[in-house]
Design a binder for this molecule. Structure first.
Ligand SMILES: Cc1ncc(COP(=O)(O)O)c(C=O)c1O
Length: 409
């Protein structure tokens, strides 16, 4: 098996267009020449060090990341995975606030390690014994499937948010430390927060002395058309975590915060020591990812390509009655199937699986989110380096797969 650019090639040489960027990470496609050359040069020159040693690539990446971010986010901790970055962010928030309670969305995914998993509600919660005390779920402001509606039948997200915090305040033992959320829930079904929601959430946090931690594992580094999805909302988090897209497929993550929070954490003896913290090789990759994003203006490219993909998906939605909704931003789009009305209970899940299978046969790799009772939602996130033609080919395959799969069920 091998992969290059937007394509994955199977052992038998069959080409699959990769519309999931590997595990939602390979924003520069596979084996980008600049990354290949950085890895080759760096591994031959300076690979891994004692975690307490700071090397040039690490210092440079920390500085450059700060340069891509608004004030006051200027301090960086470089790690390896998304779960780890959230783990460190939650530890920091607990230490700095002196509290322990953490709020996250009811359909969240923040990773598989302890604090990250405790703040993850979309899957994997059952059967592992007690979660840490003091984790609370906030309802997802899903405009397509609104749980709290106004007189117009549309989502009333303000009332939903107020109710959510009323419940959290009732359950809290008075130790609310932080809110950990994605600005667009990806595993939760590609749910874009309604305009104004993030600012209102930041207010809720401020009123309670909680820190706002944004997890931009999937949305960071240009994918949504902005360098960071939070910029769209004009809200600056207290702590930002980056992972998947930062290494563009290689294991690299970061925690960014203000000098003030970093100082308070340091004064209290903040510890997050790992084997690969501050490793030069992945940091050098991160620097190259930034080089390519800037050089090729991939934020603008994600916006333009995302608009083309969106137009293609909207046309599919108009033609295929099983497509209920198309949503998302830039090159992180969601397409939700509504097969249940047509095919009966579980129909959307079955249709989603059949469409995924047919896409695979026709040469397109797609990922479906299956949340209980919600039908199938495709998460569509091709590399930012995809060509116009590759996007058009992917949409054509999806069109064919929807026709074939709906006809066969
Ligand atoms: C939003 C988000 N946060 C964190 C993670 C966890 O990252 P990792 O699998 O690198 O630990 C993921 C992975 O899917 C994610 O989507």
């Amino acid at each position: 098996m091998r992969a290059a650019g937007t394509s994955v090639f199977t052992e038998s040489g069959r080409e699959l267009l990769d519309f999931t960027s590997g595990q939602m990470s390979a924003i520069l496609g596979h084996s980008h020449p600049a990354i290949v050359s950085t890895v080759r040069e760096q591994v031959a020159h300076l690979d891994h060090l004692h975690s307490g040693m700071l090397s040039r690539p690490v210092v440079e990446l920390a500085r450059r990341l700060a340069g891509t971010l608004p004030e006051p986010l200027e301090k960086a901790l470089l790690l390896t995975t998304g779960a780890e970055a959230n783990e460190a962010a939650v530890r920091m928030a607990k230490l700095v606030t002196g509290r322990h309670e953490i709020v996250s969305f009811a359909r969240s995914w923040h990773g598989m390690t302890q604090a990250a998993a405790n703040a993850t509600y979309s899957a994997g919660r059952k059967g592992y014994g007690p979660a840490a005390p003091g984790n609370f779920a906030l309802p997802v402001p899903d405009r397509y499937r609104p749980s709290v509606v106004g007189p117009d039948g549309e989502l009333d997200w303000r009332r939903q948010l107020d109710l959510g915090f009323e419940m959290i305040d009732a359950q809290s033992v008075g130790s609310l430390a932080a809110c950990l959320v994605e600005p667009i829930l990806s595993s939760g079904g590609v749910v874009e927060l309604p305009p104004g929601y993030l600012a209102a959430l930041a207010d809720k946090c401020r009123e309670r002395g909680m820190l706002l931690i944004l997890d931009e594992a999937q949305t960071g580094l240009c994918r949504t058309g902005d360098w960071y999805a939070f910029e769209h909302e004009g809200v600056v988090p207290d702590i930002l975590t980056l992972s998947k897209t930062l290494g563009a497929g290689l294991p690299l993550a970061a925690v960014l915060t203000s000098a003030e929070i970093e100082r308070r954490a340091h004064e209290r003896g903040f510890l997050f020591f790992t084997t690969h913290v501050n490793d030069p090789l992945p940091a050098a990759v991160g620097n190259t990812v930034l080089d390519v994003l800037v050089r090729d203006r991939l934020d603008e490219r994600a916006r333009a390509l995302g608009a083309a993909l969106r137009e293609g998906l909207d046309k599919l939605a108009a033609r295929h009655e099983v497509v209920g909704d198309v949503r998302g931003r830039g090159l992180l789009l969601g397409m939700e199937l509504v097969g249940d009305q047509v095919l009966g209970e579980g129909g959307a899940d079955r249709l989603g699986a059949a469409v995924t299978r047919r896409c695979f046969e026709l040469g397109l790799h797609m990922n479906i989110v299956q949340l209980p009772g919600m039908g199938g939602i495709f998460r569509i996130a091709p590399p930012l380096t995809a060509s116009d033609d590759e996007i058009a080919r992917g949409v054509a395959v999806l069109d064919q797969a929807l026709t074939d799969a709906a006809g066969a069920l």
